[in-house]
Write a protein that binds this ligand. Structure first.
Ligand code: SF4
Ligand code: SF4
Length: 123
């Protein structure tokens, strides 16, 4: 009986540990996304020429996964079509920062970099 109780307790502890790990991971992603969103705007202000030169080297294309549109908070303009591809409701007048993403090899939400359709030369 005591063995059964300790097994149940161990299972609970394991579940709590897993949940805590998941929350920590999500928090990490959220905070780093907010920081990148702030940083890339500041960087743009002081490095426009470098950014536009860098954009010429950008390869690939957007896969319309839409994940960069809810890297932190989900954008209110984000929708998905019947095939699950992202749709920007304000595509023709979307913010400059959206059009420029990713503007260099460092301008990625870290958790999205491996799956983004855009790549830079040296990667
Ligand atoms: S993460 Fe990359 S591929 Fe996905 S929507 Fe954003 S730019 Fe496009
Ligand atoms: S405005 Fe459009 S491109 Fe920019 S984050 Fe929102 S849905 Fe994505």
């Amino acid at each position: 009986m005591t063995e059964l109780i300790s097994k149940i307790e161990l299972k609970k502890i394991h579940q709590i540990a897993q949940r805590t790990q998941q929350i920590a991971h999500k928090t990490d992603i959220f905070c780093s996304a907010i920081l990148l969103q702030a940083w890339r705007r500041v960087y743009y202000i002081f490095n426009k020429r470098e950014i536009y030169a860098s954009l010429k080297k950008r390869q690939g294309s957007c896969l319309r996964c839409g994940r960069c549109c809810h890297a932190s908070f989900k954008c209110q303009h984000l929708e998905y079509d019947e095939n699950g591809l992202s749709l920007c409701k304000v595509y023709d007048r979307k913010p400059l920062m959206c059009s420029l993403y990713p503007y260099n090899a460092n301008d990625y939400f870290f958790h999205l970099k491996p799956t983004c359709g855009y790549k830079y030369d040296h990667e």
